[in-house]
Design a protein around this ligand. Structure first.
Ligand code: DQA
Length: 147
């Protein structure tokens, strides 16, 4: 059975109360529930994790190799700063979908830069919590076609 990792970075534990006008009203546990239901409807397994620490996110990416077929990564602000996360993704050679709740390209200029995008399969940005099942469909379809 195909298995995927959904990994969430800094400050995403605060969803629901964090700038709801930007990030919406869903809390991360609600998003996890939706993702679990979506994974089972698609016959896939899923691990869901969040960390505020760059090193812990890198450890999750390393641990995914050989366990998961691919990763959905909302790296939060580390998207715009972390060469270490980019290197981790390149090292494990797993397909990664970069995900953002907000449309980062419609926001401040520093959010237009992504260290993840050059090593990602693709990017989903701006669809709020609905982006998670969209990203799952994109990744699962890719894995079905490419293994
Ligand atoms: C985010 C966008 C980032 O720019 C920001 O730092 C976040 C959340 C999003 O989901 O829209 O923490 O990744």
């Amino acid at each position: 059975m195909t298995s995927i990792l959904i990994l969430n970075g800094p400050n995403l534990n605060l969803l629901g109360t964090r700038q709801p006008d930007v990030y919406g009203h869903s809390i991360l546990a609600d998003i996890e529930t939706v993702c679990r239901a979506h994974a089972s409807s698609r016959g896939a397994k899923m691990e869901f994790a969040q960390s505020n620490s760059e090193g812990a996110l890198i450890d999750h990416i390393h641990a995914a190799k050989g366990v998961h077929g691919g990763i959905i990564l909302n790296a939060g602000a580390y998207t715009h700063t972390s060469i270490a996360l980019m290197d981790a993704i390149a090292s494990v050679e797993l397909p990664v979908v970069e995900l953002h709740l907000s449309n980062v390209h419609a926001r401040e200029e520093f959010r237009h830069v992504s260290y993840i995008a050059p090593v990602a399969l693709g990017v989903i940005s701006g669809f709020g919590a609905a982006g998670y099942p969209l990203a799952m469909d994109a990744l699962l379809t890719h894995l079905a076609q490419h293994g």
